[in-house]
Design a protein around this ligand. Sequence first.
Ligand code: MN
Length: 190
Amino acid sequence: MAHELPKLPWADTALEPHISAETLSFHYGKHHNAYVTKLNAAIPGTEFESMSLEDTIMKSEGGLFNNAAQVWNHTFYWNCLAPKAGGAATGAIADKINAKWGSFDKFKDDFSNAAATNFGSGWTWLVENKGEVEIFNTSNADIPMKHGMKALMTIDVWEHAYYVDYRNARPKYIEGFWNLVNWDFVNSNL
Ligand code: MN
């Protein structure tokens, strides 16, 4: 059973001007696609044949883990984004954010700061950890489920996520992200 590159949940121009179709042509068309291809190339003859992506992530390490986790991370990230979305959190997650941070703006500042200062390549997550919502930074392909946490929302802070649109200006990319957050999807992960 080969893993597949899922279709994007919107048109490749739908996230403009915050994330361009050109960025997606590389980030989805080349990078995400390459993780799927490399994962599928590494699996034949291993215990991971016919294993779900999540089980593969939990049971693997090294290069195979990196590709499996990056396949999951990117699919999750695309689902966190939507056109005509963003703004303050809505629904049950808004209540949890307000209870933890006091206001959406304080959460937004803390999350943005965590994403801006996540050193090198990685991901910044909103997670649920033992019933509490938390901001969690990971490096490279690392993923909350490997730490017993449930991912609620993420931003990819690898440079390949923003260099086409923003060059080295990660904070500008993070600013744009807040116009795209799909709070319905974030709520569906609770
Ligand atoms: Mn990426």
